[in-house]
Design a protein around this ligand. Structure first.
Ligand code: SAM
Length: 220
């Protein structure tokens, strides 16, 4: 398996959004967070190598490309935004990666059963679901749990942890926090009044073989 440091340095070369669309909450996952997350998912849970993986809200593809580098059988990225998907395609070409595929769609209006249990693992850094996008994080989570056969690994704001825990109980899935990392929002999101720092929690939740992990962000 590729080393963690090597994975992180490769992911540093993945191009991010050229003109991030605030309404779509287009902030990229940092190479450091992406590498730690993917490395943990493979080395601790064995949920990438040889697996069929979906990346919801894949953006420019840092998580998908990382999963592909860790020898996913195939990683399928889903995103609503054609501009982001163009950058994703370019990134995949530059890395000469062939075990990724793309689907352009609105994950909020996906037929509920269209991809039911079609993937082994779902990974994602969904929109936070704040401001105009209230509830978006939970819609992504619901879609992810429908699509995954085995596990969902997702990143969320710390402030939503209790809410997610409650929903997980309602849905009959077990949630476990795997890790917390501090996170700085990129400069493009400086409209936040306070400096935005976060802790991030990668967790796995399992019941009926589901697991999902969460990164949580906190505004101080
Ligand atoms: C926080 S960004 C994460 C991007 C990328 N996965 C990464 O980790 O760098 C969230 C992504 O969700 C996409 N998105 C937002 N709303 C969506 C929707 N309704 N359906 C599909 N994708 C959506 C955005 O275009 C954006 O690329």
């Amino acid at each position: 398996m590729m080393k963690l440091k090597e994975l992180e340095s490769c992911l540093q070369q993945v191009d991010a959004f050229e003109e991030p669309k605030i309404l779509l909450e287009q902030y990229p996952t940092s190479p450091h967070i992406a590498a730690c997350m993917l490395y943990t998912i493979q080395s601790t849970f064995d949920d990438i190598e040889g697996k069929l993986v979906a990346d919801l809200g894949c953006g420019c593809g840092v998580l998908s490309i990382g999963a592909a580098m860790l020898d996913a059988g195939l990683c399928v990225g889903f995103d609503i935004d054609e501009d982001a998907l163009d950058i994703f395609r370019r990134n995949a070409e530059e890395f000469e990666i062939s075990n990724v595929d793309l689907v352009q769609c609105d994950l909020c209006s996906l037929e509920p059963d269209a991809y039911a249990k079609k993937f082994d693992t779902v990974i994602m850094n969904p929109p936070f679901g704040t401001k105009h996008n209230q509830g978006m994080d939970m819609k992504f989570l619901k879609a992810a749990l429908t699509m995954a056969k085995t596990a969902v690994y997702s990143l969320h704001k710390t402030s939503t942890r209790e809410h997610i825990q409650k929903k997980a109980n309602d849905w009959g899935v077990k949630m476990e926090v795997i890790a917390e990392l501090r996170y700085d929002l990129p400069a493009s999101y400086k409209f936040h009044k306070k400096k935005s720092v976060s802790s991030y929690t990668l967790s796995h939740h399992s019941l009926r073989q589901y697991m999902f992990s969460s990164r949580y962000f906190k505004l101080y």
